[in-house]
Ligand binder design. Structure first.
Ligand code: GTP
Ligand code: MG
Length: 374
């Protein structure tokens, strides 16, 4: 099942308490305090697992808890640290603080992870509190509580090219032709009910990812059909491929185009501003309808929009389409990389000119708990 939104409660482990203990051995003078430190609480970590493409595995539970740190013990023994809890999610998962809506993390890389709740620090044992005036401290520090919070996970799949079209336009057939993905294909609308991703090997050096999403219909932005819920999955693509079936019995190609553009615009003006190409589909059976396309093609030409007529059955113009998509994806990636480097360079420059912040003094924030006995 495809799940792309989820709310869960995460609870990091508490730190163990520091121990209050004195070394007492019969013939040893100056035994002294020997209370070990508490172990740190385990943190809750969200990590990308590249093979996943849904949040489904996390749906069974609402609460996720990491392990507590153990208390320190005498003879300077430090308590064991609590086990961290790792929640695995697909790449493209955005994590928000449920209450404020603030984004805590956006895991776009296949090796990314983020700590969503930090484990509490273990308390320090009494041996840390010896001073010239205080040789036998009868207190130790309690462990800190682990962080807790409600988080909202939202998956926006990561792809380079998003396919947009009415149901039955031939989106899934195209993705199965140009990639190893094998989505369900059928001659009825809404065959595709969840996004499918396919990796297209454009050249021996280049590949790009295509997202096939469920068909859009007029009024989708008001909830008609499957609504526009799935459009968020193409929000992060660099390019859209608008697919139009010239033989669609329900509407003329020009209407298809106009409605699709409107629905994209209604969902998000940002989506409508994306670079896009147009593919007229099913060329093997729609050649007799070429004339119907003349006006629309002329309009696209005046707007400088690249278009082609393809057949996923015979393979007509598929190679040219893949070539064009690949070129534009590469261009978009180069721009993105340049922007990333520029942002990193600006951040590095700022960090170099910022005044140094003083190091916090060790033990400055200790909050000893008097007479804590174990
Ligand atoms: N003749 C011919 N038929 C095609 C071509 N591409 C797709 N079809 C047929 O068109 C029908 C719909 O194709 P799909 O790929 O399932 O369409 P879709 O756009 O994914 O549809 P939804 O998932 O319902 O939105 C199927 O019967 C396909 O076999 C083509 O190039 N030529
Ligand atoms: Mg489909």
């Amino acid at each position: 099942m495809f799940i792309d939104e989820l709310e869960i409660f995460v609870e990091a482990g508490n730190g163990g308490n520091g121990a209050l203990s004195f070394r007492r051995e019969k013939y040893v003078e100056f035994g002294g305090p020997d209370g070990g430190d508490g172990g740190n609480g385990g943190s809750v970590i969200v990590r990308v697992r590249p093979e996943l493409n849904t949040l489904l595995p996390l749906r069974n539970r609402r609460k996720y808890k990491a392990g507590h740190g153990q208390n320190g013990r005498g003879s300077n023994m430090t308590g064991a640290g609590g086990d961290a809890l790792v929640l695995e999610v697909p790449a493209g998962t955005i994590i928000r603080d449920k209450e404020s809506g603030t984004i805590i993390g956006d895991l776009t890389r296949y090796d990314s992870e983020i700590v969503v709740a930090h484990g509490g620090r273990g308390g320090k044992g009494n041996r840390h509190f010896v001073s010239s005036t205080h040789q036998a401290p009868r207190f130790a520090q309690p462990g800190e509580e682990g962080e807790t919070m409600w988080i909202k996970l939202e998956l926006k799949v990561l792809a380079d090219v998003g396919l947009v079209g009415f149901p039955n336009a031939g989106k899934s057939t195209l993705i199965s032709r140009i990639s190893a993905a094998k989505p369900k294909v059928a001659d009825y609308p809404f065959t595709t009910l969840k996004p499918n991703l396919g990796v297209v090997k454009a050249t021996p050096m280049d590949n790009f990812v295509v997202a096939d999403i469920p068909g859009i219909i007029e009024g989708a932005h008001e909830g008609a059909g499957l609504g526009l819920r799935f459009l968020k999955h193409i929000e992060r693509t660099s390019l859209l491929l608008v697919m139009i079936d010239p033989a669609d019995p329900e509407r003329e190609p020009a209407d298809c185009y106009r409605i699709l553009r409107n629905e994209l615009q209604s969902f998000s003006p940002k989506l409508a501003e994306k670079d896009f190409l147009v593919a007229f589909t099913k060329a093997d059976v729609t050649h007799d309808r070429e004339e119907l396309l003349n006006d629309l093609k002329a309009e696209l030409d005046t707007q400088g929009i690249w278009h082609t007529t393809i057949s996923s059955v015979t393979g007509e113009a598929i190679r040219e389409l893949v070539f064009e998509l690949n070129g534009r994806v590469k261009e978009a990636k180069a721009v993105m990389r340049a922007q990333m480097f520029a942002a990193e360079a600006a951040a590095a420059k700022e960090a170099a000119t910022a005044p140094a912040t003083p190091e916090p003094t060790a033990d400055g924030d200790i909050d000893p708990l008097d007479e804590l006995d174990f």
